[in-house]
Design a protein. Structure first.
Length: 444
């Protein structure tokens, strides 16, 4: 640990002890944590299946600072819980950056300096989720640019100007630059300091250390970590594999009661190679697998040409899902479809506009997940992308600006692109019905 970080951790712990001296942390048992038993999750001695969503901005809403809206946060959690959505995938670390579309403010202002408002926001979020028997999956970095992420680590320790794909349009170059993160000792040292700071934090609301909180189901290494671009990423694969194993082992040493996952997209995020995906996730410290599925981003489905592309897109989606469930069966680990999403009809962004094709895609995905889970296969749940809830776009061009509502779509995308809003009645009906079926699997 670096000297500046040692001092910061000591001061942080002293502050936490002082601020929480009157709090008595709740007692917990081993069964309170989600555990892995072969290809299943287990909670309190019963199988744990879930319907979840991506709620990356949860700590932002929980902040006592100007970016926060705790009243909205509590309303969102109540709506989600009432709809059967009980598992939230949340951004736990963001990096201050000159990237054009990176969210501001960030949790890490600069190496060694943290935003207390966002840490307290994460405290508040976890405390509120715990009261509602919800589980959190917290990711600790980002391969992509919208929260600073690995590219910002590279900029910090090379002194080079941050490579911004939203300005250059050069996505392959951006991915190669991000992959340099795995090889940089200084970046890895800071990354571990961030991990330690968050996992060993004492919650200012509950008095409970994060590593003792059963609300936290899993720590994810990052959002969609990749070895690099599909064209030029293979030279980084061994570094990527080693990074997965060593980081997962480090997190396990800090939080042995909680699970570790990578946040990876599956074969499509591992140089489009299933064998490399398996190799990268073979570490015994990776407790379960993840995969994502993006019909639009992978050019499978075109919302502006829906009838001509829908059937083939669903066929590809089902094949991709089945292959990853089969891989999890063979590896004897549970798996989670932790991102999937779809646009509104005709590419609209406004809440309440038709979602005919999105609803069809959600039904297809949920049906396959339930059928495979009911057969005893390794699929345990989903986190759809993404929850917009009460949020609304603040700009005429639907792009996010600091001070606007968070809608679930990250700042580099149009707000409303993939968000499920509270006004999307037909989509919510499908989600609630699926949640009932998945919860029945848990009860039996």
């Amino acid at each position: 640990m670096t000297l500046y970080k040692k001092a910061g951790v000591i001061l942080g712990l002293l502050f936490g002890i002082s601020a929480c001296a009157q709090l008595e942390a709740p007692s917990v048992e081993a069964d309170d944590f989600v555990r892995v038993d072969g290809t299943r999750f287990v909670l309190e001695g019963e199988p744990y299946y879930f319907v979840g969503t991506n709620f990356w901005y949860g700590a932002y809403l929980g902040s006592p600072g100007p970016e926060g809206d705790r009243e909205r946060l509590l309303k969102e959690l109540d709506t989600l819980k009432a709809s059967g959505i009980t598992n939230l995938r949340v951004l736990a670390a963001s990096e201050s950056s000159e990237l054009m579309r990176a969210v501001q403010p960030a949790l890490i202002r600069e190496p060694g300096e943290y935003n207390d408002n966002l840490l307290e926001g994460l405290d508040f979020l976890l405390a509120a989720m715990g009261k509602r028997d919800m589980k959190a999956v917290l990711y600790l970095n980002n391969f992509w640019q919208w929260s600073g992420g690995m590219s910002q680590y590279v900029a910090w320790f090379t002194g080079e100007e941050v490579l911004d794909p939203d300005k250059t349009g050069e996505w392959n170059a951006f991915m190669e630059n991000s992959a340099r993160f795995y090889r940089m000792e200084e970046a890895q040292a800071l990354y571990r300091d961030v991990i330690e700071t968050i996992i060993t934090r004492r919650n200012s609301v509950t008095g409970q250390y994060y590593y003792e909180d059963p609300t936290v189901m899993s720590w994810q290494l990052a959002n969609e970590p990749r070895p690099g671009s599909d064209e030029h990423g293979r030279p980084y694969f061994q570094d990527f594999k080693q990074w997965v194993h060593e980081t997962a082992r480090y997190i396990d040493s800090l939080a042995p009661h909680q699970l570790v996952s990578t946040g990876n997209e599956g074969a499509m995020g591992t140089l489009r190679d299933e064998d490399l995906y398996i190799i990268a996730h073979a570490s015994p410290y990776v407790d379960y697998l993840t995969f994502h599925m993006w019909l639009k981003n992978w050019s499978w489905f075109d919302i502006h040409n829906p009838e001509e592309t829908y059937d083939s897109a669903i066929e590809k989606a089902q094949a991709y899902m089945n292959r990853h469930i089969d891989i999890a069966n063979k590896m004897n680990k549970p798996t989670v479809l932790s991102e999937f999403g779809a646009e509104r009809d005709e590419g609209a962004f406004e809440p309440g506009t038709p979602t005919t094709y999105r609803d069809r895609i959600y039904r297809e995905v949920f049906d396959l997940v339930y059928e495979r889970a009911a057969e005893g296969d390794a699929i345990a749940g989903t986190n759809f992308w993404t929850w917009g809830g009460l949020g609304r776009a603040g700009q005429e061009d639907f792009m996010w600006a600091q001070g606007d509502d968070f809608t679930g779509d990250p700042p580099q995308e149009h707000q409303g692109l993939n968000s499920v809003f509270d006004a999307d009645d037909s989509t919510m009906k499908i989600i609630r019905k699926h949640a009932e079926k998945m919860h029945q699997l848990s009860n039996h």
